[in-house]
Design a protein around this ligand. Structure first.
Ligand SMILES: *Cc1c(COP(=O)(O)O)cnc(C)c1O
Length: 389
């Protein structure tokens, strides 16, 4: 489907709402019925229509149609957060005694889901290095019901071979799910590689303005209907119509935002590559990535997220660098206008920090929509402030 058509027209029925160009926010909790027969029909099958906004709502429907089409999926469910879009489908599709094979170090709350939350319901997870297909196959047991991927990872940028993993899973009747927040559907299309469920934090690129928390999962209608009729309605992590509207507004500029961000990130990385105080840049398309060919094969571009490691990294150096930034903001999340940094050490106590741990020394950078020169100048003065030793 044509991208401009999806972003500007799909799901929008302007003649039904006064020919308004912008979609309406249908700010209602419930919908009326004219006959008991109609009401009974809606109660019996909520997936088919509007009954109550914990389920569906017309503003939500416009967004669902666009997000499904962007992923090349049959349907989409949207949620009040990205982590709900990951947690709710998993709770819906697994039961006690089932096992999950998951890549190492996915998003922090995804780790907690698999390590702390699912064991309460008797669901066990094996973590694997997703770049090693032999290890993946060895981790699969008769009870494995789900293989969970995050490619690229949003801190270390490891990638998994989506087509190969889907092939292994499909041959055994195992469901596959990916967190595609890094790429967005514009830069990676997991369903085309045979992945079953694609989750994203819509908080990031889709909404794109650091003002909404939201999530989406796409996949086959039959699977999403099962999720909707049970855990979706029961857990009640529905997206508010106003927030859906903000995402619809964000989507209009998704393509130009992402392309501009990618271009700027390339310029910033080029600057960092030659800087004497930078040890490493971690980025899927970086020459140092051992899986560069795979990343280039399955992803169109990368967007604005990458990590850096300072030379002779220490807590003092990392803190000096981050504290010295004048324009780039220190914060979690990414995907909005503003460039951000997030040092991994902020999530660790001083005693826990180990300068020899390759994850502890990472400083994640998100390049936003500011000019490359403006971002580079800020990085340059912050790097200059780091003591040399
Ligand atoms: C932010 C994020 C999430 C969680 O999304 P929320 O909208 O914050 O709930 C999940 N995965 C990745 C990769 C993320 O960056």
């Amino acid at each position: 489907m044509n991208l401009s058509y999806i972003l500007n027209e799909l799901g929008e029925e302007r003649d039904q709402y006064f020919n308004a160009i912008a979609p309406p926010v249908i700010q209602t909790s419930n919908f009326k019925f004219n006959t008991v027969a109609d009401f009974r029909g809606a109660l019996a099958d909520e997936y088919q229509g509007n009954l109550y906004s914990r389920g569906f709502n017309p503003t939500i429907d416009i967004l669902r149609k666009k997000l499904a089409a962007l992923d090349g999926a049959e349907d989409a469910l949207v949620f009040s957060s990205g982590i709900a879009a990951i947690t709710v489908p998993i709770l819906a599709l697994l039961q006690s005694g089932d096992e999950v094979v998951c890549v190492e170090n996915p998003y922090s709350w995804t780790i907690r889901l698999f390590k702390n939350f699912l064991p309460k319901f008797g669901i066990k997870t094996t973590f694997i290095d997703g770049t090693d297909l032999k290890e993946l196959e060895a981790a699969i047991s008769d009870s494995t019901k789900l293989i969970y991927l995050e490619s690229p990872n949003t801190f270390s940028f490891d990638v998994q071979d989506l087509a190969a993993v889907a092939k292994i899973a499909n041959a055994r009747g195992i469901l596959t799910m990916i967190d595609n927040s890094y790429c967005s559907p514009l830069y990676q299309q997991p369903i085309a590689y045979g992945i079953d469920l694609v989750a994203q934090s819509a908080t990031k690129y889709l909404a794109g303005h650091s003002d909404v928390v939201a999530g989406v999962v796409t996949g086959k209608k039959e699977v999403l209907e099962k999720i909707f009729n049970n855990e979706y309605l029961n857990i009640g992590a529905a997206l508010a119509p106003q927030n859906a509207w903000l995402i619809l507004r964000g989507l209009r500029t998704l393509a130009i935002r992402l392309d501009k961000i990618s271009e700027t990130a390339d310029q910033v990385i080029e600057y960092l590559n030659q800087h004497p105080k930078i040890e490493r840049v971690l980025h899927p398309f970086h020459a140092d990535n051992k899986d560069l060919a795979l990343a280039r094969k399955q992803m169109k571009k990368c967007g604005g997220l990458f990590s850096i490691v300072l030379k002779n990294s220490s807590l003092e150096k990392i803190e000096t660098f981050c504290n010295s930034l004048q324009h780039i903001l220190m914060a979690v999340s990414w995907g909005g206008y503003e460039s951000l940094v997030m040092p991994a050490c902020a999530g660790l106590s001083k005693a826990e920090f180990d300068p020899n741990n390759k994850r502890h020394v990472l400083i994640r950078v998100y390049v936003g929509l500011e000019d490359a020169d403006y971002i580079i100048a800020d990085l340059d003065q912050a790097l200059a402030s780091i003591p040399v030793f």
